[in-house]
Design a protein around this ligand. Structure first.
Ligand SMILES: Nc1nc2c(c(=O)[nH]1)N[C@H]1C(S)=C(S)[C@@H](COP(=O)(O)OP(=O)(O)OC[C@H]3O[C@@H](n4cnc5c(N)ncnc54)[C@H](O)[C@@H]3O)O[C@H]1N2
Ligand code: MOO
Length: 476
């Protein structure tokens, strides 16, 4: 890293140091507001019968909104990175031009620079080439050869393309074969921008084109939002990392999937660690990790080795979401870890001084069933991480469903689908333990409680590698 963290705000606010008190206050505001929203929902009378266990479940849209608000409430951290390391990151400040573009009056064509009306007396034998700084003034009635990209000599009034001109046999005089309009084929200084003009707003994704623009406008480094750091903890003694399932053991499908999925969201994955069903190892990770977000898989339910709830209790964590009214994935959870948890920085001492705050740390618990884990990833982790990364949310969109989709009586369903002829085609193999549907899918369709008839417009959640995904981030 070549530079310093700043209190920059990639959401378009003034860039300046983030003061502890302000940051803490805004975090509390955001969190409390978001929790109040959830509280109103959860105070509703629980439905009788089998639904009685749903009293804790947060409605699916509220869970997503809460995760996003928590992320937005955390102060953004930014740092200067060389251009060749900025791809896929988000600008922490507007990209303002450091110079005029073009920075001098430039020839747009290979031909002749001329001064005044023709015919013109040809000056010298040579050409003014691109990259040559010294151009002496062109006297009225004179012409000089010029290359595309070369500086226009002072006093020149137009450029004539080589193919639109004719020189005398003795090459002393130049004649135009078409009307010459003053200023033609000259790119005037500042045509694209003036120094200081805003070329892109804060929070823009750094694409290859942005890198090109930044370089053209004079940048060697960009102030970007630091990627949120995530540590993935895969729980379960039954998981194999190679070979075929045997003797009740199965392959770990989440370890290979979650890290790359997070990277596609613009996240820095510190590590994917397999902890088995070891409650002590989980407690150790929860209390000592330097990540911004811990992501666990499995162990969220109430089985004999489901350690996530007891470990969070022991660690003094605050459960903000404990179950979501969504299928699959309803045991997913979101916790704020105790504020006094030690937070060693895995990259060494924080070079940004005591006033630089790490974002508040959270834990998202994904259920172990693989499609349920995807559901948790999209419901809680993605909105939180997107906001922590300073990335704008993609504009929601809907599409008509081609086939009837059965719904859960009370809960939202997330169903893998593919786009076909402007319709959403729900995929089979969408059970909580299955990945066959999602592996072929373009996204997840949001099916409201009660289901959807043919033609109903359903909200769509894109996958980070699908073409329609508005957040970018697949560059790394
Ligand atoms: N009595 C109840 N039991 C369960 C409930 C419930 O409400 N009451 N909910 C069920 C639902 S729904 C889900 S989802 C799961 C959530 O379970 P956990 O988060 O505790 O996950 P595990 O028990 O550890 O695993 C569940 C299932 O997933 C397999 N698994 C776990 N990790 C992986 C992995 N990395 N790769 C592939 N497969 C994995 C694991 O072997 C289990 O088959 O709880 C239900 N139970
Ligand atoms: O919600 Mo569980 O996630 O159905 O498998």
């Amino acid at each position: 890293m070549t530079g310093q963290d700043h209190g920059a705000d990639a959401r378009g606010h003034a860039v300046g140091p983030v003061h502890k008190a302000d940051a803490a206050e805004s975090e509390v505001d955001g969190v409390e507001e978001a929790l109040a929203l959830v509280g109103r929902q959860t105070r509703q009378e629980p439905a009788p019968g089998p639904a009685a266990t749903r009293h804790r479940a947060t409605p699916w849209p509220d869970a997503r909104a809460l995760a996003a608000r928590l992320g937005r409430a955390a102060p953004l951290r930014s740092r200067r990175v060389p251009l060749d390391q900025a791809l896929g990151q988000v600008l922490a400040e507007p990209l303002a031009a450091l110079c005029d573009l073009p920075s001098f009056d430039t020839s747009a064509m290979d031909g002749w620079a001329v001064a005044g009306p023709g015919p013109w007396t040809i000056q010298g034998d040579g050409s003014i080439l691109a990259g040559h700084g010294d151009a002496s003034p062109l006297p009225d009635g004179a012409a000089v050869r010029i290359a595309t990209g070369a500086r226009i000599p002072p006093e020149a009034t137009a450029v004539i393309r080589g193919e639109h001109s004719r020189a005398d046999a003795d090459r002393r005089q130049l004649h135009a074969e078409r009307e010459v309009i003053p200023g033609q084929d000259i790119r005037p200084r500042g045509q694209e921008c003036r120094s200081g003009d805003e070329l892109l707003p804060a929070a823009s994704l750094v694409t290859p084109a942005v890198l090109g623009l930044a370089a053209a406008a004079g940048y060697d480094e960009l102030l970007t939002v630091r990627r949120p750091r995530v540590e993935v903890l895969v729980l379960g003694d039954e998981l194999l990392t190679a070979g075929l399932p045997h003797d009740g053991l199965i392959r770990d499908a989440l370890g290979p999937m979650i890290g790359p999925w997070l990277r596609a969201l613009g996240v820095e994955v510190i590590a994917t660690r397999r902890l088995g069903d070891d409650a002590e190892a989980l407690h150790e990770a929860v209390t000592t990790s330097g990540a911004d977000l811990l992501l666990t898989t499995g162990g969220t339910a109430a089985g004999p080795v489901d350690h996530v709830h007891p470990v969070l209790r022991k660690a003094g964590a605050e459960l903000l979401v404990d179950g979501v009214a969504v299928r699959p994935g309803h045991p997913m959870l979101l916790a704020r870890l105790a504020p006094d948890t030690p937070r060693p920085d895995p990259h060494g001492p924080d070079p940004h001084g005591p006033d630089a705050r790490l974002p508040a740390r959270y834990l998202v618990g994904l259920p172990g069933n693989p499609l349920a884990a995807v559901s948790g990833l999209l419901t809680l982790a993605e909105p939180l991480l997107r906001a922590l990364a300073g990335r704008p949310s993609p504009a929601p969109y809907r599409g008509p469903v081609r086939d009837q989709v059965h719904g859960h009586p009370y809960d939202t369903r997330l169903v893998p689908f593919v786009h076909r002829a402007d319709q959403l085609v729900p995929l089979h193999y969408n059970g909580p333990a299955m990945l066959r549907g999602i592996a072929a899918a373009d996204g997840l369709a949001v099916v409201p409680p009660g289901g959807a008839r043919v033609g109903v417009e359903l909200e769509v959640l894109d996958l980070p590698w699908s073409a329609a995904f508005a957040g970018g981030g697949c560059f790394t």
